[in-house]
Design a protein around this ligand. Structure first.
Ligand SMILES: [Zn+2]
Length: 383
């Protein structure tokens, strides 16, 4: 039982991050874990985060959706969580996967404002509508996770819709995210040189690239570390990035960030650090065709360059065209600049392209982050 719970928590861990390019919604972890009516279980449970993330995946019709979690420091010692759950949250904090704050205040809304993200919360934030007009002007930017027939569903506080709506980064957010920032606090997990700094520093598995730094907090207009409350130093321009997505069988399975700092290899099971592994989504024929490392992506002067590094070769779908006559072969060792709307096709039905240009094209049944959950934890009330 304990082992299975750990596996679920590991799966959920892959869905929390503070990378502005990957997150799709902001939430307050301390609030979400107490949505007792969602499963009628314990007063607090970290598994509810998984249920809410699953609901978000269903609404966005995309797998592996990630969320930006802000959480009060008190959660690290919340007696309503199991010791295992507390240890997991502490590890997430040390790795900079969640933002742990002494006083979260309106940080959640600040992040949503800077990044243009929807907020998942039952709180209405009426007092903050003046500062964040999108709370009212953009129905779907603020949604309450509520119990539904097949797990949590969402209801917008304004307008009553069910789908999260993304906005655009605020001008301030765009400015802040054009720079990289340094926290003077040694080992800062959010704005440090990489890795975490807490009790699990030696075990930190997340090497933070400056390209993936969270948005600084603004205190009196000054970029500040939300965790340590100190002024951040300007570390120069942030490396440029492009968000790519993997689509298999018409479904977007995951997104990844390509930065100009280093290339990314995608394939069946790449050896390279940070490689994108596709094996788990492939059938036998695709697994035989696709090499361990199949294509390499580089970002150079704003252009995405794809190089085939496989045994069997790939193809380009120009402007996303699925007409066979349009398909351009990409022979092993050949390179090509990825034009607007272009997708690389590693094997029929296995494509990679820019995330915003790669809509899901098939009826969607997302893989649950809770797939490993014991049935006991999945007991859901009938609506
Ligand atoms: Zn800091």
């Amino acid at each position: 039982m304990r082992f299975e719970i750990s596996k679920v928590l590991d799966a959920i861990e892959g869905r929390v991050c503070t990378d502005p390019s990957l997150v799709r919604a902001v939430l307050d972890l301390a609030e979400v874990i107490r949505y007792q009516d969602i499963d009628g279980g314990r007063p607090a449970s970290l598994l509810r985060l998984g249920m809410v993330i699953d609901a978000l995946s269903r609404e966005l019709e995309e797998d592996s959706v990630q969320v930006y979690a802000v959480v009060h420091r008190a959660l690290l010692s919340d007696a309503d969580l199991t010791s295992n759950e507390r240890m997991v949250v502490r590890r997430w904090a040390d790795d900079g996967l969640v933002e742990v704050l002494d006083n979260p205040g309106d940080r959640m809304l600040e992040v949503a404002d800077l990044l243009g993200l929807p907020v998942l919360s039952r709180v209405r934030f009426d007092g903050l509508r003046g500062r964040f007009p999108w709370l009212v002007e953009q129905p779907g930017r603020l949604l309450a996770p509520v119990p539904g027939a097949g797990g949590p569903a969402f209801i917008a506080h304004v307008g009553g819709g069910h789908s999260p709506v993304a906005g655009t980064r605020s001008p301030t957010g765009a400015k802040l995210l054009a720079r990289q920032w340094r926290c003077p606090e040694p080992g800062c997990a959010l704005f440090g040189g990489g890795g975490g700094g807490g009790a699990f520093a030696d075990l930190a598995r997340v090497e933070r690239s400056p390209a993936g730094q969270p948005p600084p907090a603004l205190r009196g207009g000054v970029p500040t570390c939300p965790r340590h409350g100190v002024r951040l130093g300007d570390g120069g321009p942030r490396p440029r990035t492009e968000v790519l997505a993997v689509r298999v069988g018409g479904l977007v399975r995951r997104r990844f960030v390509l930065s100009e700092e280093q290339p990314v290899v995608a394939g069946r099971a790449p050896d390279q650090e940070g490689g994108i592994m596709l094996g788990q989504w492939l059938n036998d024929e695709a697994r035989r065709w696709i090499s361990r490392g199949h294509v390499r992506f580089e970002l150079r002067v704003g252009e995405v360059i794809v190089t085939d590094v496989s045994t069997n070769g790939s193809g380009i779908r120009p402007a996303g065209s699925m007409a066979e006559a349009d398909r351009i072969a990409l022979a092993p060792q050949q390179s090509r600049v990825l034009g607007e709307g272009d997708m690389v096709e590693l094997y029929p039905g296995v494509q990679i392209g820019r995330a915003e240009e790669l809509p899901a094209g098939a009826p969607f049944t997302p893989t649950s982050v809770m797939a490993e959950a014991p049935t006991m934890a999945m007991r859901l009330p009938r609506a």
